[in-house]
Design a protein around this ligand. Structure first.
Ligand SMILES: Cc1cc2nc3c(=O)[nH]c(=O)nc-3n(C[C@H](O)[C@H](O)[C@H](O)COP(=O)(O)OP(=O)(O)OC[C@H]3O[C@@H](n4cnc5c(N)ncnc54)[C@H](O)[C@@H]3O)c2cc1C
Length: 559
């Protein structure tokens, strides 16, 4: 019965592609709806731009069915990721993706009835249609809906008489030629100026690209992302193993080593000392002086905004800042356009001259507007607020490593979350087995998490007996607990991260999350193996999951 069900996967990014492949392998009839015109989402041809590199080292951001070809550089570029995603879609999902199709609304087939109705618009001819499916897996991503700060939209630019391009980072790739043609290089007698707003990786990558193209670039930001850098390529037993991931406490501590690191005074000192030293050394390797606003970065332990730069290179952001080719205007925030039509006014009143503005200002939730209020409530993806609790008052009172959150973050707490079981299934809807989400867990290793999540989701939709699913009440209680943990572990973070990529935050502790999902599917965990000493040092890889489909099939036939 289950194998005849037709499933709509919304989105053709990494999460949508692996989810669709796993569901197809398990016998579902699958259709991907995507508003893009090629596969890859963030890594699609329209999104990637020259100078974009992943934080992930080679071999990390790939799915088990298609190992990435060996690359000459330490990490894949945006273009290489785009090629990889395109090849994955071509090999496994040919004819299954309906591109240029924007989903407008998702609703039940009728009160108490089976299935979903999806209203969609063709982005080329504007035609609208309704399609029905038995189940929906939402993979619309956390970085697909541009967030434009108040006062800095194209309409604000027009009313202030600002004639230059105003472009969100997600549209940079399609607009870059226009920007370069409209802003004269520094070699010109009358050069133009480009202002990039944002302290994150996109802002830095874009600023570096434009500076390398000979343009005058200023970057306005309040706090910069933390950076990891080293003079040599880190060996895989450090960079790709569990070692770094163990520095972050998980909701439960499975091993003695984790218990030592997070529940003892000495362990906590080691964790915080190690991460602070890593952040300090990285800035030293990149020759960032302590007086630089780039030193005012998010905490590596308490935050999730960490970029892996690898080794210093002359054409990268930090080197270009050091050589004066990129100017930093920080800490500050861009507020509005100046009335002279050639400037941006900052929150502190300063004026920055600008002929073009790039907004690397993040993303809104991609779910906003997809569900009407009644559907959101009935399904259980409406916002949920929880009572504020400190670590010491909670069940994690023995965790020494989280005992002392930075004051500013603790003050900033707005405890909320969504009651999504493992960040994937609304607790309220858990028994209906007709709706799930993949790609909404915030993690440093998306491929690793998305692939195992896709198997969990498939087993969930198939009602596989070996996947232990709680009742809606038990699931809601578990979600409350997970939400409380998330608010304690990353205080204030949910004020910043949009819902569609923060249903759970397992930034560093992704192997622990994956073990939880595997365990729930009655499958072997900690699949890298090793003995009592070596296990933290064995490199992780999605190759561990190559046989998951067959293992699940075997369990299914055994019951
Ligand atoms: C510039 C940039 C660099 C990044 N670098 C890294 C990195 O180095 N390492 C890392 O781990 N992560 C990185 N990320 C995070 C990145 O978001 C994830 O790695 C991953 O690509 C997310 O995949 P996804 O499938 O969840 O979402 P996406 O790739 O965003 O895919 C979402 C898909 O849903 C579609 N969609 C959305 N709404 C609708 C709708 N209403 N109707 C139809 N289709 C819809 C989109 O068009 C897209 O196809 C980066 C993000 C950005 C923006």
């Amino acid at each position: 019965m289950a194998n005849t069900r037709n499933v709509c996967v919304i989105g053709s990014g990494a999460a949508g592609l692996i989810t669709a492949k796993t569901l197809l392998d398990d016998g579902f009839d699958v259709e991907i709806l995507s508003r893009d015109n090629s596969a890859g989402g963030v890594w699609s041809a329209n999104r990637v731009y020259p100078g974009l590199y992943t934080n992930n080292v080679n071999g990390e951001y790939q799915f088990s069915a298609l190992p990435m070809r060996p690359l000459s550089k330490e990490r894949p570029s945006g273009t290489e990721m785009c090629q990889y995603m395109g090849e994955f879609a071509h090999r496994f999902l040919e004819g299954k993706i309906r591109f240029n199709t924007q989903v407008l609304n998702i609703r039940r087939n009728g009160l108490g009835l089976h299935g979903w109705i999806i209203a969609a618009r063709n982005t080329i001819n504007g035609g609208e249609e309704q399609r029905s499916y038995d189940a929906v897996v939402l993979c619309s991503g956390g970085c697909s809906e541009p967030r434009i700060p108040l006062g800095l939209s194209a309409a604000d630019a027009a009313s202030a008489g600002f004639n230059g391009p105003v472009v969100h980072a997600s549209h940079f790739s399609s607009q870059v030629e226009d920007i370069l043609s409209r802003v004269r290089p520094v070699s010109h007698a009358n050069p133009g100026r480009i202002v990039v707003v944002g302290g994150g990786k996109s802002a830095q990558d874009i600023a570096a690209y434009l500076a390398n193209e000979g343009r005058s670039v200023s970057v306005v930001f309040s706090t910069a992302d933390t950076v990891i850098a080293s003079p040599i390529t880190l060996p895989h037993f450090i960079r790709k193993s569990r070692l770094l991931t163990l520095m972050s406490p998980h909701i439960h501590l499975r091993t003695r080593f984790e218990q030592f690191l997070h529940t003892t005074w000495l362990g906590s000192k080691i964790v915080h000392g190690f991460l602070s030293a890593l952040a300090w050394c990285s800035l030293k390797f990149l020759s960032v002086p302590s007086s630089s606003p780039l030193s005012n970065s998010y905490s590596m332990f308490w935050g999730v905004r960490t970029n892996d730069e690898g080794g210093p290179r002359p054409n990268r952001f930090h080197s270009l800042v050091n050589s004066g080719k990129i100017k930093l205007v920080a800490p500050s925030r861009a507020k509005r356009f100046g009335h002279d039509g050639r400037s941006i006014i900052l929150a502190d009143g300063r004026v920055v001259e600008a002929d073009a503005l790039i907004l690397a200002t993040g993303f809104n939730s991609s779910w906003e507007g997809l569900f009407d209020v009644d559907t959101a409530q009935e399904l259980g993806i409406d916002k949920h607020t929880i009572a504020p609790v400190t670590a010491s008052e909670s069940e994690w009172g023995s965790y020494k490593s989280i005992g002392n959150p930075p004051k500013t973050l603790a003050d900033d707490i707005e405890p909320r979350g969504l009651l999504l079981y493992h960040g994937m299934v609304p607790a309220r809807n858990i028994s209906r087995r007709d709706f799930a989400i993949n790609g909404a867990v915030y993690t440093a290793n998306p491929a690793y998490v998305f692939e195992v999540s896709s198997h969990w989701i498939s087993s969930y939709l198939l009602s596989d007996p070996f996947l232990r699913i709680p009742s809606p009440e038990e699931a809601a209680a578990q979600c409350e607990r997970e939400t409380e943990w998330m608010n304690i572990r990353y205080p204030g973070i949910l004020n910043w991260a949009n819902e569609s990529f923060s249903t759970r935050i397992n930034f560093w502790d992704y192997p622990q999350l994956v073990d939880d999902l595997l365990e729930e599917m009655s499958l072997p965990i900690m699949r890298t193996g090793g003995n009592w000493f070596t296990w933290p040092f064995i490199p992780l890889s999605t190759q561990e999951f190559k046989t998951l489909g067959a293992e699940r099939a075997e369990l299914r036939s055994a019951i």
